[in-house]
Design a protein around this ligand. Structure first.
Ligand SMILES: [Zn+2]
Length: 430
C-alpha cells in the first residue's frame, strides 16, 4: 500500500517520539538486535537525512520501489515498536523482518566465528564464498591471491585509517608489466555493514587470478588494464561491525567537538561536498565531516585517484555498495547536470544490467545516481568522475532487497556469479 506522506507530519511524529538512534553512541559490547523489526517505509521525495535519521529507528537503506516511489528501510528496537507503529510512519510501511537478531544469528552461523580460511599461502577454492570472514582472514586472502599470480600482482596500501589500519588491497597487471595501462579501480566496503561488497570484490579477483591462465576474455582485459582493488577501504568500521555493531556504517573517527563517532566517508569527497544528501550533524549516518577530505580514509582514496589519473588515466571506477540493486552513474550531487559522455555510460550500464540478470533474473536498475536513487553529495564516484577524469565513475549497489545488509551466506556466490556476468559484458566492450 502506498499513501503519500507529508514531511511536516513526519517531523511532528518524530519530535513527539523524541528518541535517539542507537548508532549515536559508542557501545562497549555487542548489540544483539534481538527482537528488532525492520520496516520499509515510503517517504516524501524531499524528506531530508536528518528527518528520517531522527526517527526512533536505525536507517538501513533508501531505494526506489518499482513504481519509482522513494522508500526507507528502518530497524526498530523492541521497546520502540509500539510508539513506531502508532506513528505516521507506520501507516505507509511493510514489515521486512520480525526479528533482525535472528537473521544475524543465521548469518554468523557459518561465518565470522567459523572462518573457512585454508592453509596460509594457498588460495582457497570456491568454499571461501560460502561464508563471511573476519577482517584478518580477508587480509590473508589478498596475500593468497597475490601468491597465486605472483608475477602479475603486488599488494598495495593506499594510506591508513583513522585507527591506523592500512587501507590495503591488490594491484594486478598483464603482459605489458605493471603501471603500464589505464586503471580499473575498485573500492569495497566503504560502508562497514555492507559485508557482501568486499567478498564479491574478492570473487571478481578470484575470477581474474584463476582465469588469466586460460580465459581469453580475462587475458584481454588484464593485458589492456591495470586493476587496483581495495576490497575494504573502511577497515575500522568493518572490524567494528563484526565485533560490536552489525549495523555500523561510517568510519570510527572521533571528533574533538562532538560526542558522536564516525564520518560517512562516502559524503566526505570534495566534489559537491556539503550539499543536499549529506549532513553537517556528526550524529547523522550521512555526516559529511567538517571539511572535504578530512577523514584519513577519503583523503587516501582521493590521493590514490589522482595518482592513477596521472599515470595512465582511469577507465572504470566502481565503489561497491549494497543493497539497492542499482548501477549508479554520476552525478549524485546534482540532478540537473550530467557527465559529457552520459549516453555512452547509460549504454554500457544497460548491457551490464542485462548480463547481471542472466543467471538468476536479478533486476538491476541503472542511471545517474541522483535520478535513479537519491541525491548524495560528496560521494566517491562524482570525485573520480570530475577530478579523476574517469570514463566511467560509478557506484554499484549489490543485492538484495529482502535481506538487506544481512544477506544469507548462501547468496554470496550467486551475487558474485551475477556480477561477474555483468563485468564480462564490460570486458567485452573495453
Ligand atoms: Zn553504501
Amino acid at each position: 500500500m502506498k499513501f503519500g506522506l507529508q514531511v511536516g507530519g513526519l517531523l511532528l511524529t518524530i519530535a513527539a517520539l523524541g528518541l535517539a538512534s542507537p548508532l549515536d553512541q559508542p557501545v562497549p559490547k555487542k548489540i544483539s538486535y534481538n527482537g528488532y523489526k525492520v520496516y520499509r517505509v515510503s517517504v516524501a521525495e524531499d524528506a531530508d537525512d536528518d528527518v528520517v535519521g531522527n526517527a526512533p529507528a536505525v536507517e538501513l537503506q533508501r531505494r526506489r520501489s518499482d513504481s519509482g516511489a522513494l522508500t526507507v528501510d528502518l530497524a526498530v528496537a523492541p521497546g520502540d515498536i509500539s510508539a513506531f507503529e502508532a506513528s505516521g510512519l507506520y501507516l505507509d510501511s511493510t514489515v521486512l523482518s520480525y526479528d533482525l537478531g535472528a537473521e544475524f544469528a543465521a548469518e554468523s552461523r557459518v561465518s565470522v566465528q567459523t572462518s573457512t580460511v585454508s592453509a596460509k599461502g594457498a588460495l582457497p577454492g570456491l568454499e571461501w564464498f560460502d561464508a563471511y570472514h573476519p577482517y584478518a582472514d580477508h587480509v590473508q586472502y589478498w596475500a593468497d591471491l597475490h601468491a597465486a599470480l605472483p608475477n602479475n600482482s603486488e599488494l598495495i596500501v593506499a594510506g591508513n585509517s583513522f585507527e591506523g589500519r592500512p587501507i590495503q588491497g591488490i594491484h594486478l597487471w598483464g603482459a605489458s608489466g605493471k603501471d603500464s595501462k589505464p586503471a580499473i579501480f575498485f573500492n569495497g566496503n566503504v560502508h562497514a555493514r555492507e559485508w557482501i561488497t568486499s567478498i564479491v570484490v574478492e570473487y571478481i579477483l578470484y575470477q581474474i587470478v584463476t582465469g588469466y591462465k586460460s580465459d581469453p576474455l580475462v587475458q584481454k582485459v588484464l593485458n589492456n588494464y591495470d586493476f587496483y582493488v581495495l576490497p575494504v577501504v573502511n577497515p575500522d568500521g568493518f572490524v567494528y561491525s563484526q565485533t560490536t555493531n552489525r549495523l555500523w556504517r561510517k568510519n570510527r573517527q572521533v571528533r574533538s567537538n562532538a560526542t558522536a563517532v564516525g564520518t560517512d566517508i562516502n559524503r566526505n569527497w570534495e566534489v559537491g561536498w556539503g550539499g543536499d544528501g549529506s549532513s553537517p550533524n556528526p550524529s547523522s549516518e550521512t555526516f559529511s565531516g567538517y571539511a572535504p577530505l578530512d577523514t584519513p580514509e577519503t583523503a587516501a582514496l582521493a590521493a590514490y585517484t589522482r595518482k592513477l589519473r596521472d599515470l595512465h588515466g582511469i577507465k572504470l571506477y566502481v565503489d561497491w555498495h549494497s543493497y539497492a540493486q542499482v548501477i549508479l552513474l554520476s552525478y549524485g550531487y546534482t540532478c540537473t547536470e550530467f557527465p559529457a559522455n552520459v549516453d555512452e555510460q547509460i549504454n554500457l550500464a544497460a548491457g551490464i544490467a542485462a548480463a547481471i540478470a542472466k543467471p538468476y533474473n536479478t533486476t538491476f536498475d541503472y542511471g545517474p545516481g541522483c535520478l535513479v536513487l537519491y541525491q548524495s553529495s560528496g560521494n566517491g564516484r562524482d570525485y573520480v568522475t570530475d577530478v579523476g577524469k574517469a570514463q566511467f565513475g560509478w557506484g554499484i549497489e549489490l543485492r538484495d532487497t529482502r535481506y538487506g545488509f544481512v544477506l544469507p551466506p548462501e547468496q554470496i556466490l550467486p551475487s558474485g556469479i551475477e556480477i561477474w556476468e555483468g563485468l564480462k559484458y564490460a570486458w567485452s566492450q573495453f
